[in-house]
Design a protein around this ligand. Structure first.
Ligand code: ZN
Length: 208
């Protein structure tokens, strides 16, 4: 575990701008368990200067398309009684707070398209030429996203996250499958820590 310092004021301001973009994107998230945003970016590893990490290249948790029947079942009050789960209550609260018509505004169950996938799709359709060798996420990637990152971002050199996901298997997978990938935790004060192995990751999570 090593602390990285950005080596110029310009690099610091770019990095901070990227983090601000992520926070802005996170506000749009539909995640119920956790709101997450991700940004696909370019990176100059000599300076850790990040280039175009603007909102257009950010992704945030989205509701997936799912069969209408599944949605109808989900918002069925009888089912809510049966389930009685926090997850179902959270969903109903989400619908009520936003005054949504579930049959129109929602197309899914509570599970969502994760921000990393959304950001990767956006980066493919971006007007900017993005080298896609850096990824910033507000929570460390889950195992499913990590598999997609491995497949679709083979040039990934650096991963930054500002919080720990509840499972560590995604980071573990990326560390093993992409041994040259530099994995960094970004703490609340903007300090950047290079996490050299899964034990570093666990230690970093504990102090966040
Ligand atoms: Zn994920």
């Amino acid at each position: 575990m090593r602390i990285i310092t950005l080596n110029s004021a310009r690099a610091v301001s770019r990095f901070n701008l990227a983090l601000e973009s992520l926070e802005e994107a996170r506000g749009k998230s539909n995640g119920i368990r956790g709101k997450v945003a991700a940004a696909v970016a370019d990176i100059d590893l000599s300076s850790y200067a990040l280039s175009p990490v603007l909102t257009d290249d950010c992704g945030y948790n989205r509701l997936p398309l799912e069969p209408r029947a599944a949605l109808e079942r989900l918002v069925d009050p009888e089912l809510a009684k049966e389930l009685g789960s926090d997850k179902h209550a959270d969903l109903l609260e989400f619908i009520a707070e936003r005054n949504l018509d579930p049959m129109v505004d929602l197309q899914s169950r509570t599970d969502v398209v994760h921000a990393e996938i959304d950001a990767m799709m956006k980066s493919l359709h971006s007007d900017f030429l993005i080298e896609r060798n850096a990824l910033l996420v507000t929570a460390s990637p889950c195992i499913n996203c990590s598999r997609y990152i491995y497949e679709f971002m083979p040039d990934l050199q650096a991963l930054f996250f500002t919080g720990a996901y509840r499972c560590e298997d995604g980071v573990d997978f990326l560390g093993r499958m992409m041994p040259d990938l530099k994995i960094h935790g970004v703490d609340v004060n903007g300090g950047i820590t290079l996490l050299e192995d899964i034990e570093d990751y666990r230690t970093w999570c504990e102090v966040q």
